[in-house]
Design a protein. Sequence first.
Length: 60
Amino acid sequence: MTKELLKTIRAFARNEDGSTAIEYALIAGGLSIVIVTVVISLGNTVRDDLFGKVATALGI
């Protein structure tokens, strides 16, 4: 029983099938953080400048 368990644990530790999926998940997570940061930082500028000019032009 102990040899079978050790053999199974060693096989699990050597298995690298899921590592690529984890790497892609980390890349996607990093990109989503960058996108959210940019949208938040530009959101006020777009609201004030672009929509402010449109509101002024419409007389609102």
